[in-house]
Design a protein around this ligand. Structure first.
Ligand SMILES: C[S@@+](CC[C@H](N)C(=O)[O-])C[C@H]1O[C@@H](n2cnc3c(N)ncnc32)[C@H](O)[C@@H]1O
Length: 273
């Protein structure tokens, strides 16, 4: 098995168990202006009619995009189980939802005005193939708009969770560690410029936005514990992690029971020349 194939097999197995985990964890998160990370992305393609979502998961973003009448929507994802949830959304009855790889799109040349991708591009191996496929299916002048993860904001619960998680992962056998996923160039403006420039895109417009996930400790735990790294951990390790997390955030819990939690996203946009 190639490295990319084993990464993709991991993602498929994970999402077979947790098909809607990202939207459940992040759908209620809010930027300082009150929009979710999904809404921020939607608003990057307001003028586009034909829109493809790369790594569409359970269709949460596509459903938001469908609120604008007259759109032709499509989504591609590795996970049959996530797509099954997307297909159940009445708003997506007309959308083309395909199981497949962003590196090998089944759509014809010039099929879309925009490609969007929420928390998925940074998981994709062979990213040059993704860039050339997106360039092929976009019409000239079309937009690629992505949200990629930007890590903890700092001084809040997610930062503490990551420290606990790192320590827990050091203790477990290698079989309980996830493979390195994707291409780190998708997580920086310079890296994305390196990948997208040769495929014919303009320089990337890059914005970093904090997304607030604060709430009662149970809710914050359920958001942070959706990370891929927890998938292969045995139950006892996850339970220990949960207990340590609850103890670790006690001193930052507000009198009304809220735990401050936030993470950064990068919102990247480039146009096909
Ligand atoms: C973190 S989830 C995000 C799902 C959805 N975009 C959301 O934000 O709710 C990443 C998704 O990307 C998909 N994915 C990862 N690599 C992919 C690839 N090479 N081609 C198609 N889908 C991929 C996964 O199967 C998964 O559903």
């Amino acid at each position: 098995m190639t490295t990319t194939a084993s990464q993709e097999a991991f993602l498929q197995a994970f999402h077979a168990e947790y098909p809607a985990v990202t939207a459940e964890a992040l759908g209620t998160g809010r930027a300082p202006d009150g929009r979710s990370s999904y809404e921020l992305l939607c608003d990057r393609v307001t003028g586009s009619t034909r829109v493809l979502d790369l790594g569409c998961g359970d269709g949460f973003l596509l459903e938001l995009l469908a609120r604008r009448a007259g759109r032709e929507l499509a989504g591609v994802d590795l996970s049959a189980d996530s797509l099954a949830l997307a297909r159940r959304r009445p708003a997506l009855a007309e959308a083309k939802l395909e199981e497949g790889r962003a590196q090998e799109l089944s759509f014809a040349d010039d099929s879309f005005d925009a490609c969007v991708s929420h928390m998925a591009l940074m998981l994709m191996g062979e990213i040059e193939h993704v860039a050339s496929e997106v360039a092929r299916v976009l019409s000239p002048g079309g937009v690629l708009a992505c949200v990629v993860g930007g890590g903890a904001v700092g001084g809040e619960a997610y930062e503490r969770f990551l420290a606990l998680l790192r320590a827990a992962i050091e203790e477990v056998p290698a079989a309980q560690r996830i493979p390195a996923l994707g291409d780190s160039r998708a997580r920086s403006r310079e890296g994305l410029d390196d990948v997208l420039g040769p495929a014919g895109f303009t320089a990337v417009d890059w914005e970093t936005v904090p997304i607030d996930l604060s709430g009662p400790v149970e809710q914050v735990w359920s958001a942070v514990s959706g990370l891929y790294d927890l998938g292969p951990l045995d139950r006892a390790t996850v339970e220990r992690l949960r207990r340590s997390f609850f103890a670790e955030v006690r001193d930052m819990t507000t009198p009304d029971g809220h735990v401050p939690c936030a993470f950064n996203i990068h919102l990247a946009t480039a146009r096909l020349r």
